[in-house]
Ligand binder design. Sequence first.
Ligand code: ADP
Ligand code: MG
Ligand code: ZN
Length: 494
Amino acid sequence: MSSLETPERTRVFPVIGLEVHAQLQTRSKMFCPCPVTVGDEANAATCPICLAFPGTLPVLNREAVTLAMRLALATGSEIHRDSRFSRKNYFYPDLPKGYQITQYDRPIATGGGIEIDTPGGSRTIRLTRIHLEEDAGKSLHDTPFADVPSTVSLVDWNRAGVPLCEIVSEPEVRTAEEAASYLTELRRLLRFIGVSDADMEKGNLRCDANVSVRLSEDEPFGTRVEIKNLNSIRFVAKAIEHEIERQAESLRRGERIVLETRLWDEKSSRTVPMRGKEEAQDYRYFPEPDLGALRIDDAWMSEAAATMPELPRARRARLLAAGVPASDAETLTSARELADYFEQTAALASTRLAANWVTGEVLRWMKERRISAEDALSFPVSPARLAGLLRMLEAGEISAASGKEVLAAMIDSPAEAAALVTEKGLGRISDAGELDRVASEIVASSPGQVALYRSGKTATFGWFVGQVMKRTGGRADPSSVREAITRALETDNG
Ligand code: ADP
Ligand code: MG
Ligand code: ZN
């Protein structure tokens, strides 16, 4: 074969499917009254049910079901009025019962999709299913206790029994960037509708990526590799990128891809084998005998649909239509609270100015303090007060530079913008008399520049403008300044 054919032969077409686990925002666990806690003392949030004492029975958390239904409604999935729970059997120290209660052959919802933006336009990645399940506990291999030898592992069951929903996509994602967009969109959606805080750093949103490659888009799908242990969207993209390349290399060498589970190793920036097909576990799923059918009636359906907010993409489209620039509309809809803050401001001031200042000054201040967009409504300057400042800017009563100074002062004080502008003397100098005085002083004290200007170096005019601006702290209106300098140069007779 000629070398010219090689690049053509080894070009690969990736196929990606994502499995996401989202922790549901409930107060208590899936099957017992234990609280869902963060950072509590190990094993403080446990009871005989989540520790699997003999004779205990699970009681389904109604709120967890309602939240999964909300997600299903938001993704256009079909909610099944009659779904079931199964036992997934495997042995692991952080799994007290020796099985996990999950939904298997009859999940709560199927179908629907997540719409993502791609360079070629928007596209919907269809969902296979959404189902409910309980989380496992956590094994601590590096124990924090001095008196525990390093060969010993400890278990914290606080997380055991915490409600999760699993969202499985069809194998329709085609690139690492699309996978990142899918996760970004899903995370934003989960937060918008109050289903999960979807914090990947805390492990409240976890993703497994299934990747295969094929040599042409007409071929059937290739053997997939599942990558686990991905705890940020950036790592998901990096791991997929790497895995596509690794599989392409294997095909180039004429090898077969083996069905296996790999882990992303951030240190070496590559995926490493975890377990192969032979080691794949046989979960021996069977119906959970301790829970009845999960039946959903019309009243429950309406309850889940009630107070459903406008979804992020619809909201973004509405902001775009109102004249918000595309990148600002994207930023402003990253969280419902931020979009609320913006819209409350824009209702009382110019939309464009509001978009500009909220995505600029307001977000910058929040980011510097590591305040998340979800907490936008706690920004110390209320939308009404910010709007007051924006109206002064719009009317040309203050300069943008003064506006920033006033906003900084408003953050530390309950005062309105107008009061602070007066207090700090930041109002525009529109008084022609004052500008004439400043311009004449500068002209009189700069004979060199005046001579240059008169010799035909008209660019020197800009120097005079700069001087007046400097002297007035940027508070003068540029066109009034030019007029004042023209008058000063005319009346100056050397
Ligand atoms: P399992 O439960 O064993 O993980 P599933 O059939 O539920 O298996 O598939 C899990 C994920 O793998 C889904 O997101 C699906 O889209 C994806 N997937 C299935 N086949 C392929 C493939 N050939 N290449 C890439 N992803 C795939
Ligand atoms: Mg899987
Ligand atoms: Zn419990």
